[in-house]
Design a protein around this ligand. Structure first.
Ligand SMILES: NC(=O)c1ccc[n+]([C@@H]2O[C@H](COP(=O)([O-])OP(=O)(O)OC[C@H]3O[C@@H](n4cnc5c(N)ncnc54)[C@H](OP(=O)(O)O)[C@@H]3O)[C@@H](O)[C@H]2O)c1
Length: 498
């Protein structure tokens, strides 16, 4: 495996700790070799020391000396020069040495862990250097990190450019959400259980909410965030993937193309929002200074790398309609934000109320409320992170002479139901790529369909910038701007509080 941009943060924090965990549990053979590649000069020894620190600091499992010794024997470093004719010679030599000394047999996994603007030049240069072609009986695969483009046009351009060097089967677009156990469990929950699927449609589901709330701010990545914003950073990839998994039809089997075909079909059915309608289908927000867990935190505009008059969104709420028989009339509400009161990714399925409540008279009602309002609707809450698990909320009789109803939860918690620790998302995805299984990676058309929806909103937003007098519009440590609550209230609904 060659990691390009190996001098960066992702390699040390995520990739190498994940590879170490795979080595520790015997999922990769002893000859497995990782070549860290970047422009900065570094010796093999310096690279190993840095990676060891990464495993010790960020690894899921404790570093064991004997395992580390074996793993580190396959850790190498090679510099490259993007501008010189022979700029990749050093890397080529390192790869040939690995084939010779460690039996890697010409199989290569290329991981682009560089900033996005380096992906196209790197592709071109590797192509010219002959490092992208698969000799008979060997494989060359490439993993591309997010963000994949910044709108539909740039995503298409990137796909076209990648295809000059790689065929689609070689390209693995990584979205680490898909490597999470809880996200994979959504597929199991839906398609391995007979009881939920009959209810999984417009007839029984009132609406679906998907929330990705982050407690953290921009964590020193202000300049990246100024370019990206919440829609590009979270909605286009992670949330749209969750929409696809929640909404898709059952594939006839679990082969990669079967699953991906169904996801794409769902994304194609997402109703396009005309840029002129973007404002009525979305809410943008930006945080000001506030408190998280009682500690003061700065506003977005005070973060390093952020313009003092920035209008970049750190919060977005959206309404999405799906035009097919399963979902017509059942909207999906999506929201994500930074500096929310707590970190939480969850999907809430709100079922329709009973058509008529025989208990209506027995429940004390607020003035003006309609009888059914006495009983809360049933909710199925799928918690992706943290407190991974599933809760079903339903009404139960409060013990006593009177007939009073209260909502109770039936809970499944990953942490208590299973002894096994969940592997990190990168472990699963790296292993899948080595095994040539692209099921949990986004295909070309999947990425473009997600961008199609998001780009129309971006276009509408560009035409109608946020009101300067109302930005920032939510204090850190709150669930986003007031407009987000009004957005739901307009449809007679409310956000679930995680
Ligand atoms: N960090 C995360 O948690 C995270 C999470 C999700 C996705 N990602 C994505 O993963 C990728 C890597 O993230 P990162 O945080 O490790 O990035 P990073 O630290 O900004 O960059 C990684 C390395 O890329 C090289 N690089 C920088 N500019 C380059 C250029 N113009 N051409 C070629 N190489 C260049 C640098 O190494 P040299 O100068 O030594 O070549 C740098 O150390 C990015 O695409 C990021 O968006 C990161």
């Amino acid at each position: 495996m060659v990691i390009f941009g190996a001098s960066g943060d992702l390699t040390k924090r995520k990739l190498v700790p994940a590879l170490y965990a795979l080595a520790a549990e015997g999922s990769v053979p002893d000859g497995f070799t990782v070549i860290g590649a970047a422009r900065s000069p570094l010796s093999d020894e310096e690279f190993r020391a840095d990676m060891r620190e990464g495993v010790e600091k960020y690894g899921r499992i404790h570093l064991r000396e004997d395992v580390w010794e074996r793993f580190a024997a396959g850790l190498r470093y090679a510099t490259y020069n993007m501008d010189a004719e022979d700029g990749f010679d050093h890397l080529k030599q390192a790869l040939e040495a690995a084939d010779r000394e460690r039996g890697t047999a010409g199989n290569r996994l290329l991981y682009f862990s560089t900033p996005p603007n380096a992906v196209m030049p790197l592709t071109d240069r590797l192509n010219t250097a002959g490092l992208t072609t698969q000799a008979p009986g060997t494989f060359v695969r490439v993993i591309i990190e997010k963000p994949f483009g910044r709108d539909l046009a740039t995503a298409r351009e990137l796909n076209t450019r990648l295809h000059t060097a790689f065929v689609e089967e070689q390209i693995y677009r990584i979205d680490h959400y898909l490597g999470k156990e809880t996200v994979q469990n959504l597929l199991v929950f839906r398609f391995a259980n007979g009881i939920f699927e009959p209810l999984w449609n417009r007839q029984y589901i009132d609406h679906v909410q998907i929330t990705v709330a982050e407690e953290i701010g921009v964590e020193g990545r202000g300049s990246y965030y100024e370019e990206a914003g919440a829609l590009r950073d979270i909605v286009q990839n992670h949330i749209m993937q969750l929409v696809a998994i929640m909404g898709m039809e059952a594939p006839s089997n679990f082969q990669a193309e079967m699953v991906r075909d169904e996801k794409v079909k769902l994304l194609r059915a997402v109703r396009p929002i005309h840029p002129d309608d973007a404002l009525s289908h979305s809410v943008r927000g930006q945080y000001s200074a506030g408190y998280i867990n009682g500690q003061p935190v700065p506003g977005y505009r005070d973060e390093r790398g952020v313009a003092p008059d920035s209008l970049r969104e750190t919060f977005v709420a959206l309404k999405l309609d799906i035009d097919n028989w399963r979902w017509a009339g059942t909207p999906f509400y999506l929201r994500t934000g930074k500096r929310m009161p707590k970190r939480s990714t969850e999907i809430v399925i709100q079922f329709r109320r009973v058509p008529h409540s025989p208990f209506a008279g027995s429940v004390p009602l607020a003035a003006g409320a309609v009888p059914e309002d006495g009983i809360d609707p049933n909710l199925l809450i799928l918690r992706i992170q943290p407190d991974e698990g599933i809760s079903l909320r339903f009404g139960a009789k409060i013990p006593g002479q009177a007939l009073r109803i209260e909502s109770v939860n039936m809970d499944f918690m990953y942490g208590t139901a299973f002894r096994e620790q969940s592997p990190d998302a990168y472990e699963r995805l790296l292993l899948d790529c080595m095994l040539g299984d692209p099921t949990l990676f986004a295909r070309e058309d999947e990425v473009e369909e997600a961008w199609r929806f998001c780009t129309a909103i971006l276009d509408g937003w560009r035409a109608h910038p946020p009101d300067r007098t109302n930005s920032p519009n939510y204090p850190a440590g709150t669930w986003g701007p007031e407009e987000s609550h009004a957005f739901m209230a307009r449809d007679g609904r409310a956000w679930h509080v995680p």
